[in-house]
Design a protein around this ligand. Structure first.
Ligand code: KIV
Ligand code: ZN
Length: 388
């Protein structure tokens, strides 16, 4: 694989904007260290102007976490930029990420500014950020609902002022994959200097399109993707880093582009973030959900036992899960049941297995999933019967 895409992780900034989530400085440092082990390229450590706590957490991450670029968010305002610059001063490779909205609805109802004023504010913000650090990312908030030609003018001004990355956020998760691909291509082809900077994408999941949109953008020349662990983030969340990395890995024949992510760290990073953020992972969540590698029906279980590739496109060990978990249920066959008994150390005669299998089917009718402990209970009840 020759080309790699940069992964910009914003778990600690956009991810922390998940309703109900608030992480303290120690928790943020622990997550940042895990992100460095996961080998993300950039960690957006926070929004330092937001609170003294966030400022302190970003400062600690900048000083303690080595490897990735450490970014801090700032509105296109002097005080925000100065505060972000102070917070990341100790980083080996600091980045200021400054943003302003460009859609007419945001200009009219939020900023109360004209298009020209916003363009000037973007240019001045990048120029000011550049006086503190070399690496400056500029985002046009609500880019996907902005006028395309105006966007190109704003990005062109940001690049002329020194931006090293231009980010095209789908702030409200509104755009569709083919449209987003076309937008990325349009910006690449119509923005002066776009070939000299990284083109970043940032997708929200309001319509469940965050990963599809990110992948479409990659096909059309994006060089950086912004993600969060477990897809945490505002409202329906952001593109999930584990899903993006696994899609690119599993379909490398199609995308021909990789990431620097250490896939084996995915599962433990996901569990760490879930437990510190207090956000449970839905069982059927792609890649890291409890059921992602669980096979319930007899036909599937039999196939997987003979050759995992029959029903598994990802090997669980690839993402750091030691074994695939076959959950027994009412659709499970005798073959899987016998295998599980053997796995649990019970080498029983045919007659006992048949009788246990009947009891197991009755239990499975009442209980959705039958776990190892349930099977152990059936065996224990069976033993005294045999002695009578
Ligand atoms: O969704 C968004 O527009 C953002 C920006 C600050 C990049 O999070
Ligand atoms: Zn966002």
């Amino acid at each position: 694989m020759t080309q790699t895409i940069k992964i910009f992780d914003t778990t600690l900034r956009d991810g922390e904007q998940t309703p109900g989530v608030s992480l303290n400085a120690n928790e943020k440092v622990e997550i940042a260290l895990a992100l460095a082990r996961l080998k993300v390229d950039i960690i957006e450590a926070g929004f330092p102007i937001a609170s003294p706590g966030d400022f302190a957490a970003v400062s600690r991450i900048a000083a303690e976490v080595k490897g990735p670029v450490i970014a801090a968010l700032a509105r296109a305002e002097k005080t925000d930029i100065e505060t972000a610059a102070k917070a990341i001063a100790a980083a080996e490779r600091p980045r200021i990420h400054t943003f302003i909205a460009t859609s007419d609805i945001h200009l009219e109802y939020k900023l109360r500014m004209s298009r020209q004023q916003v363009l000037e504010a973007a240019r001045d913000a990048v120029r000011y950020a550049k006086s503190f650090v070399n690496d400056v990312e500029f985002s046009a908030e609500d880019a996907t609902r902005s006028d395309w030609d105006y966007l190109c003018q704003v990005y062109g001004a940001a690049i002329a002022a020194g931006a090293t990355v231009i980010n095209i956020p789908d702030t409200v998760g509104f755009i569709m994959p083919d449209e987003y691909g076309a937008l990325i291509r349009y910006i690449r082809e119509n923005t002066p200097g776009a070939d000299k900077v990284d083109i970043s994408v940032h997708c929200h999941n309001d319509l469940g399109m965050a990963i599809a949109n990110s992948l479409a953008a990659i096909k059309h020349g994006a060089t950086q993707v912004e993600c969060t662990v477990n897809g945490l983030g505002e409202r329906a969340g952001n593109a999930a880093v584990e899903e993006l990395a696994l899609a690119l890995h599993t379909r490398r024949d199609y995308y021909k582009i990789g990431t620097n992510i250490d896939l084996k760290q995915i599962y433990r990073t996901s569990r760490l973030v879930s437990s510190l953020a207090g956000v449970i992972i839905q069982p059927n969540k792609a890649v890291v959900g409890d059921n992602a590698f669980a096979h319930e029906s007899g036909i599937h279980q039999h196939g997987v036992m003979n050759n995992a590739l029959t029903y598994e496109i990802i090997n669980p060990e690839t993402v750091g899960i030691p074994v695939n978990q076959i959950v027994l249920g009412k659709h499970s066959g005798r073959h899987a049941f016998e295998e599980r008994l053997r796995h649990l150390g019970h080498n029983l005669d045919k007659e006992t297995v048949s009788s246990l299998f009947r009891q197991f089917k009755e239990l499975a009718d009442r209980k959705k999933a039958v776990y190892d402990r349930d099977i152990e209970a059936l065996v224990m009840v069976k033993e005294p019967t045999k002695q009578e």
